[in-house]
Design a protein around this ligand. Structure first.
Ligand code: FMN
Length: 334
């Protein structure tokens, strides 16, 4: 991600970086993204911020349609909007405002002030503590009211979160295994995973070994970010016995849906923090077209488009997943 200042006048440029939109773009740095690619940039100018997809950061083997890249940009958009609301700003958002510029995903225009609600303040605090937690969760069940809150968070942003019944978790188990087998037998995937799990420290992106968990027995496999065996996060004794799995999906399958799905994903993950739940995304099940199609038919009866799965639960030692790195906001697009 880079915060790119379009204004050539140094004084106005400095004002933009310190202004509400610059601060929102900084907060949005904490948004989750596929392989921690942070594939967006902000162009700030006075009271306007443009969110652009950075296609140079696309994972061409894992995400050839840039669907998950746009989902990742949607999480950054939602994080920025949460930051603005918490700082007392109202904003008009135009999504995909210019068909001739498909990488221009959203234009934010400041419109005024209003007092933040207690929920606005909780959500912005949740940004600071949220992590992708890949450890197996405990047997403690996820409360029904939390399930409702997570589902509502997705609906409010134009996507759906379907929680899986036990027999559907079996479908997810099969899907996860198939996706993992298909991806690990693809040299291009292995090369991409290797590159994004062994980034030089100055890159400040990618998934470090201390956010990866060794492969342990569990109901549904999670992506192995350390196939060479160097995962550094202790898995604990959980087995995912109480874990709830939700399939995030959209009604149609176009860039506008992927952007909405990213906003919904961010809203769901922040709602999970507020509910005291650990969570992590699983997108490998939609990266292999045949596996995605199978899930679409078996779980959604062909009535929607799976974006990714999310797992929710509790951990023995909350708050112990290290922060994964984020890029320097001044960095130019790579
Ligand atoms: C679109 C998308 C897909 C993701 N897919 C996976 C996944 O398949 N497995 C996983 O463990 N994490 C997945 N993640 C989480 C990212 O790896 C994570 O957000 C990133 O490494 C930054 O870490 P953080 O979430 O702890 O800040 C995904 C995130 C996004 C936004």
């Amino acid at each position: 991600m880079s915060i790119h200042f379009t204004d050539t006048d140094p004084t106005r440029r400095a004002r933009a970086s310190a202004g509400p939109l610059g601060l929102a773009a900084l907060t949005a740095l904490r948004a989750p993204s596929l392989f921690n690619t942070q594939p967006w940039r902000w162009d700030l100018h006075d009271d306007v911020a443009d969110l652009r997809a950075d296609l140079d950061r696309q994972l061409v083997a894992t995400d050839p349609d840039s669907r998950l890249l746009i989902v990742s940009c949607g999480t950054a958009l939602h994080h920025a909007l949460v930051a603005l609301a918490a700082a007392g700003h109202t904003v008009e958002v135009r999504r995909l405002p210019d068909p001739s510029q498909p990488t221009l995903l959203a234009r934010l225009v400041l419109t005024g002030r209003r007092a933040p609600t207690p929920m606005d303040l909780r959500l912005v605090q949740a940004i600071a503590v949220r992590r992708s937690d890949r450890r197996p969760f405990t047997a403690i069940p996820v409360p029904g009211e939390s399930v409702e809150a997570l589902r509502d968070a997705a609906e409010r942003h134009g996507a759906h979160l379907q929680f899986l019944r036990d027999e559907q978790v079996v479908e997810l188990t099969v899907a996860g295994q198939h996706a993992s087998d298909a991806e690990f037998t693809d040299p291009a995937y292995r090369a991409e995973l290797g590159a994004w799990t062994h980034r030089p420290p100055h890159a400040a992106d990618g998934v470090p070994a201390d956010a990866a968990v060794a492969t342990v027995p569990r109901r549904v496999v999670v992506r192995d970010f350390a196939p060479a065996g160097d995962a550094a996060l202790p898995p604990g004794t959980g087995t995912d016995a109480g874990t709830r799995y939700g399939l995030l999906f959209t009604d149609t399958d176009a860039p506008a849906d992927w952007l909405a799905a990213g906003e919904a994903m961010s809203a769901v993950l922040l709602a999970a923090v507020c509910a005291g739940l650990a969570a992590s995304p699983m997108s490998d099940i939609t990266e292999v077209p045949a596996v995605r199609e199978d899930l679409r038919r078996r779980i959604l009866a062909g009535l929607g488009w799976p974006v990714l799965a999310l797992r929710f639960g509790t951990v023995e030692r909350p708050g112990t997943v290290p922060r994964s790195p984020r890029r320097d906001p001044g960095q130019e697009p790579s």
